[in-house]
Design a protein around this ligand. Structure first.
Ligand SMILES: Cc1cc2nc3c(=O)[nH]c(=O)nc-3n(C[C@H](O)[C@H](O)[C@H](O)COP(=O)(O)OP(=O)(O)OC[C@H]3O[C@@H](n4cnc5c(N)ncnc54)[C@H](O)[C@@H]3O)c2cc1C
Length: 245
């Protein structure tokens, strides 16, 4: 096996699916989980924890808006899909999720594709903010037993920290911050982490934060093949993302 990890890209049929909201719950005060279900989930595939679907919602003027969300957990037998919404002040997807009631219709599309990270990875470091937490938690849950993984997550306060159940060898480091576009708290955590060879680092956060962390890592000599960084949102920009930094 080559020593380099690789990202295997898989395409899926992009279907639009009309589902029903089966459950709404607060995972934490600022993280709202919607469970979507219905026969149209038949054939739904999410092959990687950093997949995204489009949530299709009306915006303030009644036009259609689409926003990216992580398939947090797919339960094919029950034909259910959980999606976690990090609540913030503005935006049609957040407003829609807050207003959602059991029995309402939820329209999704995708995932259009998956990027499966594979290879001779001996340790994972997963870094991000609350928008990345659904993907980070899902990956930690899906890792093989005893795989070393450290998560570095910035959230508003201790009440936003989540318990993640896994058989992997997981160390959770949390930091609290008021400005989600400030890279400093995650930078401080990342500085403390050793990065031995064959450590894969995955980063997703506000785009300027993700870029700053990626630059710190490459500055430390971490090979770019052992790193994947994405901006999951852009401060001050609606529907902003930078998926491949
Ligand atoms: C691949 C991928 C997967 C994602 N998965 C998830 C997920 O599972 N859960 C999740 O909650 N988000 C996730 N996101 C982020 C989500 O798509 C954005 O936060 C999105 O902008 C929210 O849409 P909105 O309609 O609420 O706000 P928008 O209309 O897009 O934005 C309105 C304003 O709010 C700001 N804003 C957007 N997001 C935030 C935020 N989190 N905090 C503070 N201000 C913000 C924008 O800069 C803008 O000024 C993901 C993004 C990507 C690219």
């Amino acid at each position: 096996m080559t020593d380099m990890p690789r990202i295997r890209r898989v395409r899926h049929d992009t279907l639009r699916r009309n589902l029903t909201i089966a459950r709404t719950e607060r995972v934490t005060p600022q993280m709202l989980r919607l469970t979507l279900e219905g026969p149209e989930l038949e054939g739904f595939v999410s092959a990687s924890p950093d997949d995204h679907i489009k949530i299709i919602v009306p915006d303030a003027s009644g036009e259609t808006a689409m926003r990216d969300y992580t398939p947090r957990r797919h339960l094919p037998e029950a034909r259910q899909l959980e999606v976690d919404f990090a609540l913030h002040d503005a935006g049609p997807a957040t407003k829609w999720a807050l207003a959602a009631q059991v029995g309402d219709t939820a329209t999704i599309a995708g995932p259009r594709g998956s990027q499966i990270i594979e290879g001779n990875i001996e340790r994972w470091v997963l870094v991000g903010d609350e928008t990345a937490l659904p993907s980070i938690a899902r990956r930690i849950e899906e890792l093989p037993a005893a795989m070393p993984v450290t998560s570095l997550v910035a959230v508003a306060d201790a009440g936003e920290e989540q318990e993640i159940e896994t058989n992997a060898d997981h160390v959770a480091l949390w930091t609290h911050r008021s400005d989600p576009a400030d890279p400093a708290p995650l930078r401080r955590l990342l500085d403390r982490i050793a990065l031995p060879p064959r450590t894969f680092v995955w980063i997703a956060a506000e785009a300027s934060v993700a870029r700053a962390l990626r630059d710190d890592l490459t500055g430390r000599g971490h090979p770019k093949e052992w790193l994947k960084a994405a901006g999951y949102w852009i401060a001050g920009q609606a529907d902003g993302s930078a998926k491949d930094l």
